[in-house]
Ligand binder design. Structure first.
Ligand SMILES: [Zn+2]
Length: 140
């Protein structure tokens, strides 16, 4: 999802943090945060798009408001918005806790010892295969 899509419905939270005072974010005529005046601007936030209308600057969505106000390009505006609402990247997961609280490692250790024991004591091929098969199953 791109920045503008993620910003949907959140412009009243975003705009004040990027230079548009809360006093501008009302749907009645007032001064324009970009070009001033007295009653040329209103913020109607159509469908959560952050839209505004200025008799002087024209209409635009929320992202255009901060672009014009700050002299930013689209990419810069997106970066600034991302810094407020997050960039949508999946949150890195913490490594999983040791499986079975370390019990699996303990069992693997025992099996490895058993393997060595069997080999050293010339266990029958049959026994070795059983142990090896067991070990491989646990390793998965
Ligand atoms: Zn204006």
């Amino acid at each position: 999802m791109n920045t503008v899509a993620r910003a949907h419905g959140r412009w009243r939270e975003i705009l004040p943090r990027l230079g548009v005072a809360v006093s501008f974010l009302v749907n009645r005529h007032g001064p324009c945060p970009i070009c001033g005046g007295k009653d040329r601007f209103r913020f109607d936030d159509k469908d959560g798009s952050g839209s505004y209308y200025c008799n002087q600057c024209g209409p635009g969505p929320g992202i255009m408001l901060i672009r014009k106000l700050n002299g930013w390009g689209h990419a810069t505006a997106c970066r600034e918005i991302d810094s407020i609402i997050g960039d949508g990247a999946p949150v890195a997961k913490a490594p999983p806790p040791a499986r079975n609280g370390g019990r699996l490692e303990a069992i693997e250790g025992l099996l490895a010892e058993a393997e060595i024991y069997l080999v050293h004591n010339r266990a029958s091929r049959q026994d070795q295969l059983v142990i090896l098969a067991f070990h491989h199953r646990w390793r998965r």
